[in-house]
Design a binder for this molecule. Structure first.
Ligand SMILES: [Zn+2]
Length: 104
């Protein structure tokens, strides 16, 4: 005597629909702000490179042990921000969050 279970087919007709035509408000892309922290550590200067006046960026980071600014120079170009960030991180342990405090 096998009594088959009644087939229950619950379809969630009342489930909330997320199919609204909701459009996310455009999030403003703040391109400049993204890397602005870098410029706390770099000065923009005009320097003569190979007889041509070029815009360069000069690292002005000083170490606690050495008051002389680093003075590393990169040509200012579209890729200079990446160089600047890499330099700060590799040479000065500086990131977007600031100086990396080494526990010692
Ligand atoms: Zn430097």
């Amino acid at each position: 005597m096998n009594t088959p279970l009644p087939s229950e087919n619950e379809s969630p007709d009342n489930a909330p629909s997320f199919n609204d035509n909701e459009i996310n408000p455009a999030i403003p892309v703040n391109k400049r702000n993204k890397t602005s922290w870098v410029w706390n550590y770099w000065d923009e200067e005009i320097q003569e490179v190979n007889g041509v006046s070029r815009q360069v960026i000069v690292c002005k980071v000083t170490d606690t042990s050495n008051p002389t600014p680093c003075g590393k120079i990169y040509l200012k170009s579209s890729g200079s921000t990446g160089n600047a960030i890499t330099h700060l991180r590799n040479k000065h342990d500086i990131t977007k969050e600031g100086k990396i405090d080494q526990v010692c």
